[in-house]
Design a protein around this ligand. Sequence first.
Ligand code: T46
Length: 137
Amino acid sequence: MQVVKYAFQQHGDDRGMLVALEEYYDIPFEIKRIYYMYDTKEEVHRGFHAHKNLEQILICIHGSCKVRLDNGTEQKIVLLEKPYEGLYIPNDMWREMYDFSPDAVLMVLASDYYREEDYIRNYDEFLNFIREKSNDR
Ligand code: T46
């Protein structure tokens, strides 16, 4: 399983750092939604779902957290701890976010608006969904 982690261009000078993200240049999709989570309790695990039709980029713009990705056959754990790194999560990928540092701010750029119908929140349903999809190919 290939994990795509972007290292965005950093514009630094003696005042500090700046990262600029433009859709289709730095981000491989049209950005229709931005959301972020903060004040996440250290012991909390979030996520536990996949999306049928949504691409996202996760950026831990402050602090750190881990993301477990699962495509139904393989799992990978990715540490996000740099404000200039972005983890790309495609469709059909089960995800879990955990080990949030107390100061973590996890920002997400998404290719579509919030639609509850796009979520698969049951792991067995997720496995069936990807199995059926690969049978259709
Ligand atoms: C994902 C991971 C990385 C909204 O009203 N609008 C939104 O755009 C989002 C993302 C959430 N919400 C509401 C729905 C729930 O009542 O906010 C509440 C918390 O959402 P959820 O439990 O889905 O949050 P996470 O952290 O489990 O998952 C989120 C995203 O939902 C999901 O798409 O990939 O972050």
